[in-house]
Design a protein around this ligand. Structure first.
Ligand SMILES: Cc1cc2nc3c(=O)[nH]c(=O)nc-3n(C[C@H](O)[C@H](O)[C@H](O)COP(=O)(O)OP(=O)(O)OC[C@H]3O[C@@H](n4cnc5c(N)ncnc54)[C@H](O)[C@@H]3O)c2cc1C
Length: 512
């Protein structure tokens, strides 16, 4: 069968933040020879300037683009990330680690947590994290690449440098970058070829020029100029579950070696991130404007960082939630233009990647088909709702008593999907993962136990082991974890060694 449909090959990407350039890089790599891809961005408007922690799924995206890891890390001053340390989230003074790896050994009928719960009840088990190599490596400040994903990891990266890195790749694959401010979004007045009346026809820039296209990707960030403002697609507000609606961000100098995990530190008014890069640290406060004023937030952040400030504190306002649809007519929103949960589990870059891959799978050759649009919207909605539930879990299950925010989230009514998961785990220690969900059983178990849920019972299969056998089982895992971590390098030394061959080229690119 041949593709005899009408030509539909002019793609216009509005916006050049992380979303715009990730989209451009993937699309040009796959279809660059068949499409004309233009990307419009405005230096004057700039980007949101945050978004520096990632999750392991980014490897998939980099593999699709054929990115060399060491070159990418040198170019973006990246470090390795083994997970997130949640400090004071359960209660003041109580921390836990959400690692990217799996903990212990599962049985097909029951996860490791069932065996650990039995071991703990019998006084045989150490802390849960002792059975997880990523957590033990993170606290020892160690890292190395190991065969068979024995350490599962992601990255911390410099967002501006990442956009520049992807831009160079995209331009090499034919993407045309246009500097300019979008002044108006023009719609077709009548049906025209594959386009219908009301579809987006062109972007009109402040200098009067017009950029016409068939398919428009809205990567204009929170403004959502095309999907939200022009096509009028509404927004579903999730602030009743996620009360933080502000962030203030600042960069500081490093005062210690980069550690291989993100720190997430709870405060009465919200929480704070610390993200170590090779050359600096990214810091931010995410807070509820009901608990902390925008005037006080920068000062509060400055008092809670280490090192010298490199940038001025930057205020970002947001509303947690999602657009009712992310694909409408001939416009697909990717990145913040389509929705934003909040940055707690570093999932936004992942969602950009999911949208970019999904759009390539459902690329509308010959014109937009409603079935493709519906499928895209359905999958995207499922992705975001799953992530929302996971993030709401962190807030809801807490024992903090120091502010109205923590009391509110503890007492609020939950999305039914999350309520069910929590009840299932509380009663039986069971967690199930529908196949296309991002966060696997291990993530849910770590966060549910970390936040303070103690299951009432464990699976009877754990009782098949007598005390001696269970002790051996647990000890073998713990010794294996120690052996793995003992063989690792210090994180800082490993990163420096890995990036050394690309350091000169990276600095030249950053300077230029
Ligand atoms: C506080 C905070 C922390 C975050 N932390 C993380 C994290 O740790 N990990 C993670 O994965 N994600 C994180 N995110 C999300 C992440 O920052 C974004 O998903 C990512 O940066 C993509 O942003 P974007 O490209 O959609 O928007 P932006 O970066 O805002 O880019 C918008 C682009 O559109 C252009 N534009 C807008 N209007 C016009 C116009 N009129 N004319 C021309 N161009 C225009 C701008 O110039 C810019 O190029 C965080 C977000 C926030 C708010």
């Amino acid at each position: 069968m041949t593709n005899t449909l009408q030509p539909f090959n002019r793609v216009v990407i509005a916006g050049g933040g992380t979303a715009g350039w990730m989209m451009a890089a993937l699309m040009s790599k796959l279809l660059g020879k068949q499409l004309t891809i233009k990307l419009v961005e405005s230096e004057e408007i700039g980007t949101v300037g945050v978004g520096e922690a990632t999750i392991p799924a980014l490897h998939t995206f980099h593999n699709l683009l054929g990115i060399n890891e060491a070159e990418f890390m040198a170019a973006t001053n990246a470090t390795f990330k083994l997970g997130i340390n949640f400090e004071g989230w359960k209660a003041i003074g109580e921390d836990y680690f959400h690692s990217f790896g799996s903990t212990g050994n599962d049985h097909w009928s029951a996860g490791f947590q069932h065996f650990w719960l039995k071991g703990r009840a019998a006084g045989l088990a150490r802390t849960y994290t002792d059975y997880n190599p990523e957590t033990v490596a993170a606290f020892a400040n160690r890292f190395a690449h190991l065969p068979n994903q024995a350490l599962n990891y992601a990255y911390h990266l410099d967002a501006s440098r990442y956009a520049r890195f992807l831009r160079a790749m995209s331009e090499a694959c034919g993407v045309q970058r246009i500097e300019g401010k979008i002044a108006r979004v023009l719609q077709h007045a009548a049906d025209h070829g594959a386009a219908r009346a009301g579809d987006i026809a062109a972007l009109q820039l402040a200098d009067g020029s017009r950029i016409e296209g068939d398919l428009f990707i809205d990567c204009t960030g929170f403004r959502s100029l095309l999907l939200g403002e022009t096509l009028g697609v509404g927004y579903e507000d999730w602030s009743h579950w996620l009360p933080c609606d502000r962030a203030v961000a600042v960069q500081t100098t490093s005062v210690r070696d980069a550690w291989p995990y993100t720190r997430s530190i709870a405060h009465p008014f919200g929480w704070q991130w610390r993200i170590p890069l090779q050359h600096r640290v990214g810091n931010g406060l995410v807070y509820s404007s009901k608990e902390l004023s925008d005037a006080d937030a920068p000062d509060m952040l400055s008092r809670n960082v280490e090192g010298e400030l490199i940038t001025q504190p930057r205020l970002i306002k947001f509303l947690p939630g999602q657009r009712h649809k992310v694909w409408e007519r001939n416009c697909v929103a990717v990145g913040l233009a389509g929705g934003f949960v909040e940055p707690l589990e570093s999932t936004s870059i992942h969602l950009i990647q999911r949208h970019a891959i999904r759009l390539m799978q459902l690329f509308p050759a010959g014109g937009v088909q409603q079935a493709d649009v519906d499928e895209f919207n359905l999958q995207s909605q499922r992705d975001l709702e799953h992530i929302r539930d996971f993030i709401v879990l962190h807030y809801h299950v807490n024992a903090r008593t120091d502010s109205a925010l923590w009391r509110h989230v503890r007492e609020m009514a939950l999305p039914p999907s999350l309520r069910h998961r929590i009840e299932l785990f509380r009663e039986t220690a069971r967690v199930f993962r529908p196949s296309d969900e991002l966060f696997a059983e291990n993530s849910w178990v770590q966060v549910m136990m970390g936040q303070g849920i103690t299951p009432e019972r464990y699976h009877p299969v754990a009782d098949l082991m007598g005390p001696d056998e269970l002790q051996r089982f647990l000890d073998d895992i713990r010794v294996r974890v120690q052996r793995i971590v003992g063989g690792l390098s210090t994180h800082q030394a490993y990163v420096e060694h890995l990036c050394a061959p690309f350091r000169g080229a990276a600095e030249a690119r950053a300077g230029g």
